[in-house]
Ligand binder design. Structure first.
Ligand code: PLP
Length: 400
């Protein structure tokens, strides 16, 4: 009967974690489940990165590092941000944390006062609203439908800003849709933000190396350098280098914000793992051919899944620019009857039907704030993607 802090009582368990648990439960019962809920690369961390970690351990890099990360890692981040994204930042304008998730959370903790508003475009990565609530803020959920490419428009942003707006969160490429902002789109959003200097923009670009678009990855701060005092650019090594378990994320932003993030980090964790930092510095500066190879594999899976899903009556799906997710619309299935006579009323019903009837696990769109859709991950083998799509097609054909 512990009396919990009110700020934590309204936080949900991450729906994708809950879906993954459901998959494990069904597998434990002996059912064969084709799991399309996975939010991390199915590849192992490349051997040269592991070797860099071993070298760091052998060289005695096993102690606390500076709170804001080793100079070696921050130099690697600085160089990467400059050369890929045209972002200029000093080494002390960069912080390193235990994953992008921790950096995002601590940035909110450092800035959000009770009742401050944080604009969260939908569909959103499941953690954003709960991170805002956990820090006493109010998520302002802004629907960004398929008609606008699942992206925030300047007009919608302008209309949502109030004197209480603290942040707007931009996630490009997006989890769950894979949609990525173009330079022109970022410039237009940046022009709105420059007019509202009290609004900060949190750019979560964790998937920006898993990129298929015919335009280059870009970041709002690189496109609109005048946002220097307003933009926090967050990235990490988890997704690009198959390093989710190493827990290294980082950000570049205004010095006063980075300083408070560091102050909080110093009381929370002292520093991220020294060994993981050495591995991340190596990953960012070494030859990038492993990334290029994996992106090519993801691209083939994306193309195949997109083709198979669009061939299924009742489903439709846009071709996304990055990350390893598809977000098909299941509007054409809503209202249809299952073999047991029950009607599919929501995307949760659809997702559960696919699990029960087809043995395919997905995450329903409601979890990401935009219905009726569901998310499937292509961070799994082509064989599983093909089997799963065939099973989905068969289950859909049984609907009336
Ligand atoms: N941001 C988005 C959009 C994500 O999908 C994820 C992971 O699922 C993260 C951040 C967290 O990344 P990290 O492993 O660096 O904490």
């Amino acid at each position: 009967n512990i009396k919990l802090a009110s700020r934590v009582t309204s936080i949900r368990v991450s729906p994708s974690t809950a879906a993954a648990q459901k998959v494990r439960d069904l597998q434990a019962e002996g059912r064969k489940i084709l799991n399309l809920t996975v939010g991390e690369p199915d590849f192992d961390t490349p051997e040269p990165i592991k070797a860099a970690a071993i070298r760091a351990m052998e060289a005695g890099e096993t102690k606390y590092t500076p709170v804001n990360g080793t100079v070696e890692l921050r130099k690697a981040i600085q160089h990467d941000f400059k050369t890929r994204l045209n972002i200029d930042c000093e080494l002390n304008e960069i912080c390193v944390g235990g994953g992008a998730k921790q950096v995002l959370f601590v940035a909110l903790m450092a800035t959000v006062e009770e009742g401050d508003e944080v604009i969260v475009p939908t569909p959103y990565w499941v953690s954003y609203p709960d991170m805002v609530i956990a820090n006493g803020g109010t998520p302002v959920i802004l629907p960004c439908g398929e008609d606008v490419g699942f992206k925030l428009t300047p007009a919608a942003l302008e209309a949502a800003i109030t004197p209480r707006t603290k942040w707007v969160i931009l996630n490009s490429p997006s989890n769950p849709t894979g949609a990525a902002y173009t330079e022109a789109e970022l410039r237009a959003l940046g022009e709105v933000l420059v007019k509202h200097p009290h609004v900060l923009v949190m750019c979560d670009e964790i998937y920006d190396r898993i990129w298929y678009a015919d335009f280059a990855p870009c970041s709002i701060l690189g496109v609109v350098p005048a946002l220097k005092s307003q933009a926090l650019v967050v990235n990490g090594v988890s997704k690009s280098y198959a390093m989710t378990g190493w827990r290294i994320g980082y950000a570049a932003g205004p010095l006063d914000l980075i300083n408070v993030i560091n102050k909080l980090q110093s009381q929370m964790s002292s520093c991220p793992s020294s060994i993981s930092q050495a591995a991340a510095a190596f990953a960012l500066t070494a030859d990038q051919s492993d990334v290029v190879k994996t992106v090519e594999v993801y691209r083939q899976r994306r193309d195949r899944a997109h083709q198979l899903i669009n061939a299924i009556d009742g489903l439709s799906c846009t071709l996304h620019d990055g990350a390893f997710y598809l977000y098909p619309s299941c509007a054409g299935l809503i209202g249809k009857k299952k073999p047991d006579g029950k009607v599919l009323e929501t995307d949760l019903d659809v997702s559960l039907y696919l699990l029960e009837e087809a043995g395919v696990a997905s995450v329903h769109g409601g979890a990401y704030g935009l219905e009726p859709y569901f998310r499937i991950s292509t961070a799994t083998s082509m064989k599983i993607i093909e089997e799963a799509c065939a099973a989905i097609a068969e289950a859909c054909s049984k609907l009336q």
